[in-house]
Structures are given as C-alpha cells and as structure tokens.
Design a binder for this molecule. Structure first.
Ligand SMILES: C[S@@+](CC[C@H](N)C(=O)[O-])C[C@H]1O[C@@H](n2cnc3c(N)ncnc32)[C@H](O)[C@@H]1O
Ligand code: SF4
Ligand code: SF4
Length: 326
C-alpha cells in the first residue's frame, strides 16, 4: 500500500475513532496526543497570505526557558505517556529560547516536530545531533526556492541516520496558484517524506478571488504525474468542492466536525491554553494548574460541548484545515 492510500485509510480509521469521542459530550477521556507549543508570534517574514493575527505579537511575548521548564514538568507529571511536541509560531526558530527549549524537550525523550519557513537551517547541526527523531515541516512561502534547497542540503547530511524527516508545505496563494505542478517539479529529486499543498485556510483578503478553475487544472495535472513522494492536499476536500471552497461566503459543507481540541493541547507563549489557534477562550494556564485539571475543566468541557452542538461549518471554522471534511 502506498503512502497516499495509507494516509487516507488511517484518516478514515482515525475519523471513526474520533467520532466516538462525541459520546462523552465534551469530556475527553483520552489525554492530548499532541502538544502545539507556540514559542513566539514574531516572524522574520511578512507573507501577504498569512492567516496569523499580528496583534498576538504584543499580547504574547516569546516563551521563556523558565516557563518551558514548568510546562514540561506539568505535562510529564499529568500524563502517563509522552505526547508529540510540535514547535510552532510565528516563526518558532527566531525565538532566542528556541534551541534551549528544543534541547529541554529532546533531553526528556519527547518526539519532536516543528513548522518553519526555512530559518530552521540555522540550527541544522544541533537538530542533526539530536538523539531522537525530529520531523520538520518546511514551508514554501515564496517562489524563491534557493533557501529551501539549501536547507534540504544541510539536512541531507543526515541521510545515513534518518533521524530527521522533512515534509514540504506549500500554501496555495495568488503567486503560485497557476504554477503548482511547477513547484512540485522543482523538488522532484529531493529527499522528502511528503509534499503537502495547503488550501488557503482562512478568509484573508489576499486569498479571496483565487480562480478555482486554475487550481482544479493544477490539481489534475499533478495527479497525472509520478513523484518519489506522496503529493497531498490539505484539507482533503473533494475535487468537486474546490469551486465552492474558493468562493466567497461560508463553505457549504454542513456535516463537518472538528476534534482538534480533543487531540491537541495548544499552549500559548505565556503558558495559556487555547482550544485552537482561531478561538481564544479562558481555559487556564499551564504554569498555575495541573494539565490533568485543565484538560477536562468545566470551561474546556463546555467549549467542546458547544462545538459538538453548533458544528464546525461557520466562521472561524469555515475553511479550517483542522476540521474533518466529509
Ligand atoms: C503560520 S505558519 C507558522 C510557521 C512558519 N512561520 C512557517 O511559515 O512555516 C504555519 C503554516 O501555515 C501556512 N500558512 C500561512 N498562511 C496560510 C493560509 N492563509 N492558508 C493556508 N496556509 C497558510 C504556512 O505556509 C505554514 O506552512
Ligand atoms: S513565515 Fe509563516 S508566520 Fe511568518 S508571515 Fe509567513 S506564513 Fe506567516
Ligand atoms: S474547525 Fe474551528 S474549532 Fe476546529 S480548529 Fe478550526 S477554527 Fe478551531
């Protein structure tokens, strides 16, 4: 079975398993499998399509190593297993605390991953020296691919040990929408685990008005070609839904659900937890309360219950890549 079929199968098995969580009415009997650790909201780039709310840069100053130590301690004492820890931002690797926090979690035996615009190349040697496995989602945010090729080159030195795995992430936007097949071709000889195109996640002004016919044509073109790695589209919408996905107004999929806040623990740079990146709710702080209490606090259970009741088909959930598309 190839990677693509495996992904589809695991997604449908996972989808069924997640649906069972709905019976608990917002209570989550399982601990988070995945921790999204937001180290900073600052970034060295200013991509015009970026969905991130820049006001968070002042609301949330960068995470400090001291706070990360408290947070790690809380996770370890509250859970009976080590979740995957994913470093996120802004650009997580521009934080002065990135390397010390990375080493802290690596030293405690967590499996680690991160999403980066390429700045991660600065720490290639330190990451290659990490004992455990590290997964890097490298974003292709511009049509200038020189930096990405040089980062891939730096990590290729690891080819013997195979402890660093790289996925390429390409957000579909105004600059690249007519050249998607060209973008994959650019990396056809690269050693990457997968190539993932991101349909525009949120209704940034910049992302409105992309021509769905152009995108459909590109998706078809890519489907005809053979690559060494799987080429995926996220969210996994059906070909016939591309037109409505790119139209203005709410995406007309009424049966969609989202179990992100059952599976992922999102931790802000100050230790606050949040149900997801687009929704802020006062759910407590990892520095003041045990994760055991926070995970099924009255507030968190109420949030999940309300999401079950209202569904995930209205803003800010419309076009979110985290919800399950039918
Ligand atoms: C917000 S960035 C943060 C991490 C890092 N700065 C980077 O660019 O990889 C996370 C991911 O979202 C993607 N992205 C940004 N804006 C997007 C949008 N409007 N729609 C879909 N993906 C988007 C980026 O390409 C990146 O892969
Ligand atoms: S590099 Fe990432 S966080 Fe920074 S502006 Fe671009 S997409 Fe947004
Ligand atoms: S679908 Fe809604 S609740 Fe789920 S992650 Fe997206 S914005 Fe948050």
């Amino acid at each position: 079975m190839n990677n693509k079929k495996l992904q589809i199968l695991s997604k449908s098995v996972l989808g069924r398993a997640l649906s069972i969580l709905g019976f608990f009415k917002g209570y989550d009997p399982l601990p988070p499998a995945y921790v999204a650790l937001y180290l900073t909201y600052r970034c060295d780039l200013n991509c015009p399509f970026c969905y991130q709310d820049k006001s968070k840069i002042t609301t949330f100053p960068d995470m400090t190593l001291e706070d990360a130590i408290i947070i790690e301690n809380n996770i370890r004492k509250s859970l009976w297993f080590k979740p995957r820890v994913h470093f996120f931002g802004g650009e997580p690797t521009i934080s002065a605390s990135f390397l010390p926090i990375f080493k802290l979690f690596a030293g405690k035996g967590y499996s680690l991953s991160l999403t980066s615009n390429g700045h991660v190349g600065k720490y290639a040697q330190e990451i290659l020296n990490t004992a455990g496995r590290v997964e890097i989602n490298l974003s292709l945010n511009t049509m200038d691919f020189g930096k990405t090729h040089s980062v891939l080159e730096m990590f290729a030195r690891d080819s013997g040990k195979k402890n660093v795995r790289i996925n390429l992430n390409c957000p579909i936007n105004r600059d690249n929408c007519g050249r998607l097949s060209e973008v994959v071709d650019e990396f056809k000889e690269s050693h990457v685990e997968s190539f993932v195109f991101q349909h525009p996640a949120f209704s940034q002004q910049y992302n409105i008005g992309l021509d769905p016919a152009t995108i459909e044509k590109q998706v078809g073109e890519i489907g005809k070609r053979k690559y060494k790695f799987p080429v995926l589209f996220n969210p996994r919408i059906r070909a016939r839904d591309i037109k409505s996905y790119y139209a203005e107004g709410p995406f007309p999929v009424s049966a969609s659900k989202c179990f992100y806040s059952w599976v992922v623990l999102l931790i802000q740079p100050n230790g606050d937890i949040a149900p997801c990146e687009m929704i802020s709710a006062a759910l407590g702080n990892m520095k003041n309360a045990s994760l055991k209490e926070l995970w099924n606090s009255k507030e968190f259970v109420t949030f999940r219950k309300s999401l079950l009741e209202r569904g995930a088909d209205r803003p800010p959930c419309s076009r979110c890549c985290h919800k399950r598309y039918p």
